[in-house]
Write a protein that binds this ligand. Structure first.
Ligand code: FEO
Length: 394
């Protein structure tokens, strides 16, 4: 594969992984992913920004050979996670004079995870610069988007920035440049939901920093290069904002249909009040879709059947996931049905306790909901409506 030039001796040398179906063994990928690596040829030195996912190392090295890369002076490691740092040992073997340039936290990680010899690592500090001759690399340490070791590399003369995982997308491509399409936006949002949402405050901070910097291009570690940085920066500004949308997400699991009938009833009532509702079948649905709803939703209504004496494990898993993804939701409640007893909501609300949600009194029914239960569902729907109104969402 011939490397494509992004601009002025900056080349894309990463790889697509079209076959990959799931990332972090958690959220399904709709378009595979790419592991981006960038080759920068200065007048005096050659640097490579990030490397490759270990199973792709052989293909990566072969491409470097085919493109005549016979010298690398610096391997810039923006992040220690192995989908980007994994080929550092192989690169050091192939280019024995190369030095890994990175921050102290990445150094610790690659020493432990990849057994990189610390003699081969040069540690830099925030805003330190490295000259390649006619090009200068500036390192911006950006902890929290998404690992504590995350760093950006800025090409000073070209006004181009590599943002590591931040602003990426699990997306494969022929052209390396983003087409700013709805399809890419969808992939970037799924990616944000799983990888960046837990660090929403830091995302806000670095989105603004990049807006102020006004780079000509943004080069992330997954997905295409943004020639129009405002496309992804505006999306991140929206996703990371404190205010949610007028949206209720309703993940549910229902063994005999009673819980689902309550979810359906509430959905109809809320929609009639002008609130958007996304119902989500936990067992059959795609977790990525739910994660995307959590980016925007102001309210979570979690429905579960009782299994033995507690919530259905699938509902428990969703409560746990929502707890660690740390969405911006402000309101929650639970509905569910049981056969012979138990504590349905205790363990679910415990998982969400870190989100500091305003929890509306939940509804638990034995078997099918009756007339009085529907009245209670009306009351819950009314409370959600009032709370959305108070937040100026309606
Ligand atoms: Fe794509 Fe945090 O690695």
């Amino acid at each position: 594969m011939k490397f494509k030039e992004i601009k002025n001796n900056i080349f894309y040398c990463g790889l697509n992984d079209c076959e990959r179906e799931i990332f972090d063994e958690l959220i399904p990928l709709e378009h595979g992913t790419s592991y981006n690596s960038y080759l920068v040829k200065g007048s005096e030195k050659v640097a490579i920004i990030d490397t490759m996912y270990p199973p792709k190392t052989e293909e990566y090295l072969k491409n470097l050979d085919e493109n005549g890369v016979d010298r690398i002076d610096y391997i810039i490691a923006n992040h220690g996670e192995q989908d980007h740092s994994g080929s550092i040992p192989a690169l050091l073997k192939k280019y024995p004079d190369a030095v890994v340039v990175t921050n102290a936290k990445v150094k610790d990680n690659i020493k432990e995870m990849l057994l990189v010899d610390e003699e081969k690592i040069k540690v830099i500090n925030n805003n330190e610069e490295l000259s390649l001759g006619d090009k200068t690399l500036r390192f911006i340490i950006a902890p929290g988007v998404h690992w504590p070791d995350t760093m950006f590399t800025y090409f000073v003369e070209d006004n181009i920035i590599c943002t590591c995982d931040f602003l990426g997308a699990h997306y494969t491509f022929e052209d390396i440049f983003a087409d700013d399409s709805k399809e890419l936006e969808h992939s970037a949002k799924r990616y944000y939901a799983e990888i960046m949402m837990p660090f929403r405050t830091m995302c806000k901070k670095y989105t603004q920093m990049l807006k102020d910097l006004k780079p000509e291009m943004i080069l992330p570690s997954h997905g295409p290069v943004y020639k129009n940085p405002e496309f992804i920066l505006d999306l991140y500004a929206d996703w990371s904002a404190d205010e949610g949308k007028n949206l209720v997400t309703m993940p549910y699991v229902s063994m005999y249909g009673s819980t689902e009938s309550m979810i359906d009833y509430m959905k109809e009532k809320l929609e009639a009040k002008g609130i958007s509702v996304h119902k989500f079948d936990i067992v059959r649905g795609d977790l990525g879709d739910l994660a995307m709803d959590l980016v925007d939703a102001t309210t979570i209504v979690l429905g579960s059947s009782m299994v033995l004496t507690g919530p259905h494990p699938a509902a428990f898993n969703i409560a746990y996931l929502a707890g660690i993804l740390r969405p911006k939701a402000k309101i929650a409640t639970f509905v569910g049905s049981y056969g012979w007893g138990g504590n349905l909501f205790g363990k679910l609300s415990e998982q969400l306790s870190g989100l500091k949600l305003d929890v509306i009194e939940p509804l638990l029914v034995k078997g099918k909901p009756k007339e009085e239960d529907y009245k209670k569902l009306d009351e819950i729907a009314e409370q959600i409506y009032e709370k959305h109104k108070a937040l100026n969402l309606i």
